[in-house]
Design a protein around this ligand. Structure first.
Ligand code: NAD
Length: 247
């Protein structure tokens, strides 16, 4: 058990990558507070998850909700050691067609929401004085431009850069801050692509490993970043992309 005695907060945990991370952490002995704004899906997922898990319905863009997330970790489990800022959204549109409302929506959740969650969790870790690990969800699109992913790519590039600033600020407190950069992972966010055989074929042709990734393959990297195995790693973005960025 690599996370025994640890408490983790995972946002966007009702499905996809967040759920896989929450389950992996719980299986490794962590207490896990699973957060999502989708109440029905969260209840279903938490009920089907083994271990010391709690559900909290909340929105990462709302400061009071984020305060409640941290407070639940403290009241239920006595503190917070690991925070995975995973909640994220996507809106595909070409540059010339992108609506400001869609740009705002993506930046609000992926950048402002991730910042807010990370900052409130980091403040709790500083108060506790026992170090910790913050894990941000970036994406291969932080490195790889796609003409219809301007908003999403900008948000994930911002997360990658925020990760470095946070790592510098938190190093003196013994808190490590890293990002995970998934490639094409088989979740709801990918459904518009994976449900269309032509689009899927195109995507797969650009992935050296010739398949989509599974959420549990991203969870394995999150476990590395959460555990003592990465005790000298901070400020990094680790890509789990089947070799896509090596092309
Ligand atoms: P998903 O859509 O399956 O899950 C995202 C979850 O976040 C959903 O349950 C949703 O309800 C929740 N959420 C969205 N906005 C929220 C908010 N404001 N407050 C609380 N919860 C909110 O997506 P996923 O593929 O599991 O993505 C997880 C993370 O990984 C995201 O940050 C995404 O950008 C990133 N990512 C995914 C891929 C991929 O291919 N799937 C690739 C790169 C990066």
């Amino acid at each position: 058990m690599r996370l025994e005695t640890k408490t983790a907060l995972v946002t966007g945990a009702a499905g996809g990558i967040g759920l896989a991370i929450a389950r992996r952490f719980a299986a490794e002995g962590a207490n896990v507070v699973m957060v999502d704004r989708n109440a029905d899906r969260l209840t279903e997922s938490v009920n089907a998850t083994q271990g010391e898990v709690r559900a909290l319905v909340g929105d990462v863009t709302v400061p009071d909700d984020v305060d409640r997330m941290v407070a639940l970790c403290e009241s239920e489990f006595g503190g917070l050691d690991i925070c995975v800022c995973n909640a994220g959204v996507i809106r595909a549109a070409e540059f010339l067609d992108l609506e400001l409302a869609d740009l705002d929506f993506v930046l609000n959740v992926n950048v402002r929401g991730a910042f807010l969650t990370a900052q409130r969790a980091a403040r709790a870790m500083v108060r506790q004085g026992q170090g910790g690990s913050l894990i941000m969800l970036s994406s291969m699109t932080a490195e790889l431009a796609m003409s219809n992913q301007l908003a999403y790519g900008a948000s994930k590039g911002a997360v990658r850069q925020m990760t470095k600033s946070m790592a510098l600020a938190m190093a003196p407190h013994g808190v490590r801050v890293n990002a995970l950069g998934p490639g094409s992972i088989d979740t709801d966010i990918m459904a518009t692509i994976s449900n269309n055989p032509d689009n899927l074929r195109k995507v797969l042709s650009r992935i050296p490993m010739t398949r989509l990734g599974r959420p549990d393959e991203v969870a394995g990297v999150a476990l590395f970043l959460a555990s003592e195995d990465s005790s000298y790693v901070t400020g990094q973005t680790i890509y789990a992309d089947g070799g896509r960025l090596a092309l």
